[in-house]
Design a protein around this ligand. Structure first.
Ligand SMILES: NC(=O)c1ccc[n+]([C@@H]2O[C@H](COP(=O)([O-])OP(=O)(O)OC[C@H]3O[C@@H](n4cnc5c(N)ncnc54)[C@H](O)[C@@H]3O)[C@@H](O)[C@H]2O)c1
Length: 363
């Protein structure tokens, strides 16, 4: 594909400007910033001015109707990801859609179907797959150093991610859920990606909103800091989601994701247990564990997380479009991720394990 690709941004909030626009701007030899749209037009105008984007559209339909635009990023509240992505595919655009791909697995499958009909590319913006550490981990696993991976643990636990409370992130009809769908999609996705993304089989989970909505105190939070933010807006999602998933391969994953919990400090972790070795990534630091010459050994690689938020991911998507390659973070994986998320919320509601039906259409 010769010449510059023309780029449009839909959703000019924090992630839209600071991740998507900032990274596409860095590849100015290949990308021409063409247009932006945000429901808040004054925000869109300010973002366009700061980033020298020539056109501010009055609707996303107007942006999609511009036949010169090749790629769009969809960086809106989650509820709009599927409808805008599908409309963009119908308009003949390649789509870089933020996580979570959609509100549920059915919508994610609709995106896969629309992508297959359009012949265009869709990449889910799962930046944690694109770090140097994650790519090192993927090579390490694929080279077979862990043997068969039979169990994993993953989590992203925040002590007080209270800035989410009182915003659209905490309004279930806008976001689809709380820390599970916000943070969980990153680290659950990375875990499954390293394991080769097996299909899910069953989930047993619990979601709690004890900190935002303590039962004995009505809807008033025990937490002064949290209560202050909840008072600003709606709050009907979980504080924390915990549980256990079984995969079709027989392997299992234990998980916990929180925005608010009484723990020492925020932490991220991912551990893989294999028959020949173990792998861990705690707060971005990688270690491997195995046996050599009759003793236990710990391996500490030199790899550092030096990717930059979104840069590697955007670079990769441009290459996929120019060289007709398949994105490393495809929507087909996101269908399986959303099946797990749907099952987690369903299991928490019913108090029972949820068996996940095999999806015959996503691949
Ligand atoms: N990958 C990451 O690390 C990461 C980090 C932050 C956010 N995100 C994702 O990015 C998305 C946006 O999050 P954010 O933090 O930028 O939120 P935000 O609230 O800062 O921005 C959302 C923007 O969408 C706009 N918007 C609302 N309705 C719209 C519509 N109909 N059409 C166009 N724009 C509309 C809002 O006015 C706002 O400017 C979310 O899906 C979130 O999960 C991803």
């Amino acid at each position: 594909m010769a010449g510059k690709l023309k780029y449009g941004l839909i959703g000019c909030g924090g992630c839209g400007e600071n991740k998507h626009l900032a990274s596409y701007k860095k590849y100015s030899d290949e990308i021409e910033l063409a247009a932006v749209f945000d429901a808040d037009i004054s925000k869109a105008k300010a973002v366009a001015e700061r980033n020298k984007v020539p056109k501010v559209c009055k609707s996303y339909a107007e942006l999609l109707a511009d036949s010169s635009i090749d790629i769009v990023s969809v960086v809106t509240p989650n509820v709009l990801h599927a409808p805008i992505t599908i409309a963009a595919l119908k308009a003949g655009k390649h789509v870089h859609v933020e996580k979570p791909i959609s509100m549920n697995a059915r919508e994610a499958q609709d995106i896969v179907n629309a992508k297959n009909r359009s012949g265009k590319k869709v990449m889910v913006a799962l930046n944690n797959r694109f770090t140097e550490s994650s790519q090192f981990a993927k090579r390490y696993v694929d080279e077979g150093h862990l043997g068969e991976i039979y169990h994993a643990r993953c989590g992203w636990r925040r002590r007080k991610g209270y800035n989410m409370y009182g915003t659209w992130f905490a309004d279930k009809k806008m976001s689809g859920g709380g820390p599970l769908i916000d943070l969980g999609v990153h680290f659950f996705d990375l875990t499954l990606y390293l394991m080769g993304f097996p299909a899910p089989a069953a989930v047993s989970a619990s979601c709690y909103d004890k900190i935002a909505n303590p039962p004995k105190a009505g809807r008033k939070s025990d937490s002064v800091m949290l209560g202050r933010n909840v008072a600003k807006g709606k709050y009907d999602v979980e504080d924390i989601a915990v549980g256990f998933a079984k995969l079709e391969t027989g392997a299992s994953v234990a998980f916990e994701f929180s925005w608010a919990s009484h723990i020492e400090k925020e932490t991220t972790y991912l551990e893989l247990l294999g028959t020949r070795g173990g792998f861990s990534m705690h707060d971005g630091v990688i270690r491997m564990f195995s046996e050599t010459a009759g003793d236990l050994v710990d391996i500490v690689p030199q790899t550092k997380n030096t990717s930059g938020w979104g840069d590697n991911e955007t670079r990769h998507f441009i290459d996929c479009i120019k060289n007709n390659r398949n994105p490393l973070s495809p929507p087909e994986d996101a269908v399986k991720m959303m099946q797990i998320i749907d099952a987690i919320y369903s299991s928490s509601k019913s108090g029972r394990e949820v068996v996940i039906k095999k999806n015959k259409t996503s691949k």
